[in-house]
Design a protein. Structure first.
Length: 77
């Protein structure tokens, strides 16, 4: 539901949820931008880009990529 609230299509949200479930089972500590409170899904920007080590504007592919981000802070649900 978080992903669809953040402007993601249902199919895309389901695929990402599956990826995150697998990462959680593997205890990899990987997350996506869509789970971070610093991510603006409408503008595809990161409000904590310096700490994250990325540019302020990020694309859809990077936002959906599983990664270990040093700037990540869990989104309030």
């Amino acid at each position: 539901m978080l992903f669809t609230r953040r402007s993601m299509a249902d199919t895309e949200a389901d695929l990402l949820a599956d990826k995150l479930l697998q990462a959680d089972r593997e205890q990899s500590g990987q997350v996506t931008c869509h789970l971070c409170q610093h991510f603006n899904p409408r503008r595809k920007t990161c409000g904590n880009f310096r700490a994250a080590g990325v540019g302020q504007e990020i694309g859809s592919d990077l936002a959906a990529m599983l990664q270990q981000c040093p700037g990540y802070t869990a989104a309030r649900q």
